[in-house]
Design a protein around this ligand. Structure first.
Ligand SMILES: [Zn+2]
Length: 114
């Protein structure tokens, strides 16, 4: 959860501010967005498919602040509280993940009201 590890990229050996591994990884990623119902009926947006070079902890932090929700990076995916499918493509695009890369699963339907 700290972003002050500024140093050398373990992947390419360049200083992290010169490293493009993450950019390359983003360009190749295929990101899947799904919504699941968790304990107590809470909806969770799960975003998976990130390349392992992507710092999903940092990504989760950015997404949480942009969407003003809770969440965490777990098991290689980002989990956000609530259903953010309507806006997630736009938000991810601003973070460097083009909309065409992001596949949203709309099969889960909310039932009733909260
Ligand atoms: Zn690198």
């Amino acid at each position: 959860m700290s972003d002050d590890d500024g140093g050398i990229c373990p992947n390419c050996g360049l200083p992290t501010d010169l490293c493009v591994c993450e950019t390359i990884a983003q360009e190749e990623a295929r990101i899947a967005v799904t919504v699941e119902r968790r304990k107590w009926g809470r909806l969770t947006t799960c975003i998976s498919g990130f390349d392992k070079n992507i710092d999903i902890g940092e990504l989760a932090t950015k997404l949480k602040s942009k969407l003003a929700c809770g969440g965490a990076a777990k098991h290689g995916q980002v989990e956000l509280q609530g259903d953010h499918r309507g806006v997630i493509q736009g938000v991810l695009a601003k973070l460097g993940f083009p909309e065409e890369m992001v596949q949203i699963d709309w099969t889960f339907q909310r039932r009733g009201r909260r």
